[in-house]
Design a protein around this ligand. Structure first.
Ligand SMILES: [Zn+2]
Length: 266
């Protein structure tokens, strides 16, 4: 796979900022920890989209330890509440137009409280909707609740009064299903060329829960070459989105300096 990528990387006309977003933390904890071992060993930041209602004490403790031990390499933000589909028909969506804004707001806030209960101020103020889809109302609600960014698919329909967005470009699992490592490499190459041309950051989306050992090995092989490539800048979402805004007390906090157990400041 990496043989296909190396010439693409070498030929990029401009550096590309890349982030890795892994979804569904709370499910398949063993697979998640195996993935974190891969990215941390490579020194590449990973942003976990965590399902608040699915987190348990063991995983929460493990994530706290990893974040505190390597704050620039592991970060967590909210991924829905329960990862439940509420649409009676059509494409799956937890925060879709089938539910009122009031009900959505309750779930968003409940998820935020749950996640803060597990991880304290380590939680980043971004939101990834399950299935990468949400209604226009959801973005407005997120902003009113203090969330500071939204991450969906690149090309998703714009939301009104939009929050800043940091979209993903590559769905690792889909490409792997379609054509294994070569299909992933081709998708990565195509996205790299596009992001080198427009200057936007490239988002790689993973789903640890369905990644087999072979896929983790393929990812490790890519990172072994790409993590240090001079044309790539691997970044956490926090670095790409900037620091969270000033908290109500007027201080500008670094999430990395916050003590475990502190309440969320967004
Ligand atoms: Zn998900």
């Amino acid at each position: 796979m990496i043989e296909r990528l190396a010439p693409v990387l070498d030929a990029l006309p401009a550096p590309v900022r890349v982030f890795v977003r892994d979804d569904d933390a709370g499910w398949e904890d063993g697979r998640l920890l195996a993935l974190l071992d891969v990215t941390q060993r490579a020194g590449v930041a990973i942003d976990l989209a965590a399902i608040p209602a699915a987190l348990g004490p063991a995983l929460a403790a493990e994530l706290c330890a990893r974040i505190d031990g390597a704050p620039s390499l592991v970060a967590v933000h909210q991924h829905g509440l329960q990862h439940l589909n509420h649409q009676p028909a059509g494409r799956k969506c937890e925060f879709g137009d089938a539910r009122s804004a009031a009900v959505q707001r309750e779930d968003l806030a409940r998820g935020r409280t749950l996640l803060a209960g597990w991880l304290g101020a380590r939680v980043q103020p971004w939101f990834t909707p399950p299935w990468n889809r949400c209604s226009a109302d959801t973005a407005v609600l997120l902003a009113s609740l203090g969330f500071q960014a939204l991450s969906r698919d690149r090309g998703a329909a714009p939301v009104q009064q939009a929050l800043p967005e940091l979209p993903v470009d590559i769905d690792w699992s889909r490409h792997w299903r379609e054509g294994g490592a070569d299909a992933v490499a081709d998708a990565f190459a195509q996205a790299l060329r596009a992001r080198a041309a427009d200057g936007a950051a490239l988002g790689l989306m993973l789903h640890h829960g369905v990644m087999a050992d072979e896929e983790l090995r393929a990812l490790a092989a890519i990172l072994a070459v790409a993590a240090e490539h001079p044309r790539l800048r691997w970044r956490g979402m926090r670095e790409l989105l900037g620091s969270p805004a000033t908290d109500p007390q007027g201080r500008r906090e670094s999430a990395h300096s916050l003590e475990p157990g502190m309440t969320l400041n967004f």
